[in-house]
Design a protein around this ligand. Structure first.
Ligand SMILES: *Cc1c(COP(=O)(O)O)cnc(C)c1O
Length: 399
C-alpha cells in the first residue's frame, strides 16, 4: 500500500480532528525524518517540542528497550524505581520538592488546578478556588484546561465552561493586580506563550507576578509544558527570570516522545494531596519514567544546555537577518530553540512551501511560523532551514 491509500484509510477510520499534512513519516534520525515515499525532511517541529533528543537517539532507544524487557507497567500500588529517580532529578534541579506523574500536558494542568483547590480547602479557605490565567494562553483540551485556556477558538461550542476561571492580558501587571481577589487561589501562566504565537513576557513581568501572588496569598503556577526540558536554553524557562513558582507543569519533551506529564510543587503545596485524592493509572509507569530519566540525564549532561543556548542564538540571528531583508516578516521572536517569525500574511502557504523544499515547520496563531527543532539540531541544519525560508520568502515576495 502507498501513502495515498493510508491517507484514504485515515479519512475512513480516524476521527477528523486534525488538519493533517498529506505525508506519513516513518523514520527519523537526529533532526531528519523520512516519509513513506522516501523523501527526507529537516524536522523543525520535533513532535511539537516533544522530541528534545531528536529521532532515533541511541541512548533513549536503549533505555526504553531495556526497560520494556524488564517491566513495562505495574501501577502506582507499588514503588517504581525509574519514577523515583526521575522525581529526584526534576526536583533537585528545580525549585520543587516533589513530583507527581501523569500522561499529558492537559492532565498535568488538571492536577495543578485540583492541587490549588485542595490546598486552600485544607486551609479552610473554601471560597478560594478561583484561577486567573492569561488571554491567548493554551493549557489543554480537557474541560478544566479549556476553561483555563484564554482563546475563544478552542472553547467555543463546549459550553457550559467550568466555573472558577478568568483571564487577563498577558504581560499587563496592572490588569492582573486588578483581577486578584481574596478568592484567587492561583495564577496559572506560560512563561512564554507557545500556541498563542511564541509571545515572550516583558522584562520583570514574571517577577512582578510572583510578588503579586505572594502578597495576595495566591499560588503561582507555571505551565512549562512547552518551555521546559531545556527548550529555552535553561532546564526550565523560569530560570531566566530570577523568580520561582510554587507549582509547575511539564509534559511534551519530558520523556522524549513517550507520553508523559508531570506536576511539580514545593513540599508545603504538594502535601495538600494525600492518599486517595489524586491518581493516574499509567502516571510515571516504568517505561515512561525510564525514558524520562534518559532524557533528563542527557539534558543535564555537561555542556548540553550551553549548546542549546548557542544554537538558539544562532537560529535567532538568522531569523533576525531574514526579518531585516524580507518585508513579509513583521518580527522575529523567541528564546533558545523556541523561535518564531510573525508574518504580515497567513503562515499556512509558507509552511506548505517549506515542506515541499524539505523543511517541516508549523504555523500557530494564523500568522506565526514556529521553529521548534530538536535540541540536538546542528548549526548546519539551522543554516539549511533558514536558507530555505529565505528562498521561499523571496518567491512569495516576487509573487
Ligand atoms: C501542548 C501544551 C499543553 C497541552 O498538552 P497535551 O499533552 O496536548 O495535553 C498545555 N500547555 C501548554 C503550554 C502546551 O504547549
Amino acid at each position: 500500500m502507498g501513502s495515498e491509500d493510508f491517507i484514504q484509510m485515515n479519512q475512513r477510520y480516524v476521527f477528523n480532528t486534525y488538519g493533517r499534512t498529506p505525508i506519513m513519516l516513518v523514520e527519523g534520525r537526529g533532526s531528519r525524518v523520512w516519509d513513506s515515499d522516501g523523501n527526507e525532511y529537516l524536522d523543525f517541529i520535533a513532535g511539537l517540542a516533544a522530541c528534545p533528543l531528536g529521532h532515533g537517539h541511541p541512548g533513549l532507544a536503549k533505555a526504553i528497550a531495556d526497560q520494556a524487557k524488564r517491566l513495562i507497567h505495574v501501577s502506582n500500588l507499588f514503588h517504581i524505581e525509574p519514577q523515583i529517580r526521575l522525581a529526584q532529578l526534576l526536583t533537585e534541579n528545580s525549585f520543587a520538592d516533589k513530583a507527581f506523574f501523569c500522561n499529558s500536558g492537559a492532565e498535568a494542568n488538571e492536577g495543578a488546578i485540583k492541587l490549588a483547590r485542595r490546598y486552600f480547602h485544607n486551609l479552610g479557605q473554601h471560597d478560594r478556588y478561583h484561577v486567573i490565567t492569561m488571554d491567548n494562553s493554551f493549557h489543554g483540551r480537557t474541560l478544566a484546561t479549556l476553561a483555563a485556556t484564554g482563546q475563544k477558538k478552542y472553547r467555543d461550542g463546549f459550553e457550559p465552561h467550568m466555573p472558577g476561571f478568568s483571564h487577563v492580558e498577558f504581560g499587563d501587571i496592572e490588569a492582573l493586580e486588578k483581577a486578584m481577589t481574596p478568592q484567587t487561589a492561583a495564577v496559572l501562566l506560560e512563561p512564554i506563550q507557545g500556541e498563542g504565537g511564541v509571545r515572550v513576557a516583558p522584562a520583570n513581568y514574571l517577577r512582578d507576578v510572583r510578588k503579586l501572588c505572594t502578597e495576595n496569598g495566591s499560588l503561582l503556577m507555571l505551565d512549562e509544558i512547552q518551555t521546559g526540558m531545556g527548550r529555552t536554553g535553561k532546564f526550565f524557562a523560569y530560570q531566566h527570570y530570577g523568580m520561582e513558582p510554587d507549582v509547575m507543569t511539564l509534559a511534551k519533551g519530558i520523556a522524549g516522545g513517550v507520553p508523559m506529564g508531570a506536576l511539580l510543587a514545593t513540599d508545603t503545596v504538594a502535601s495538600a494531596l494525600v492518599p486517595g485524592t489524586h491518581a493516574s493509572t499509567f502516571g510515571g509507569n516504568p517505561l515512561a519514567a525510564a525514558a524520562g530519566v534518559a532524557v533528563v540525564e542527557e539534558i543535564l549532561s555537561e555542556g548540553f544546555l550551553a549548546q542549546v543556548e548557542a544554537k538558539g542564538a544562532h537560529l535567532r540571528a538568522r531569523l533576525e537577518d531574514l526579518a531585516q531583508r524580507h518585508e513579509t516578516i513583521r518580527e522575529a521572536r523567541g528564546v533558545g530553540l523556541m523561535q518564531a517569525v510573525d508574518l504580515k500574511v497567513p503562515g499556512a502557504d509558507l509552511v506548505t512551501a517549506m515542506r515541499e523544499k524539505g523543511v517541516l515547520i508549523n504555523c500557530t496563531s494564523e500568522t506565526v511560523v514556529r521553529f521548534l527543532p530538536p535540541l540536538v539540531v546542528t548549526d548546519d541544519e539551522i543554516d539549511r532551514a533558514t536558507d530555505t525560508l529565505d528562498a521561499v520568502l523571496r518567491s512569495i515576495e516576487v509573487g
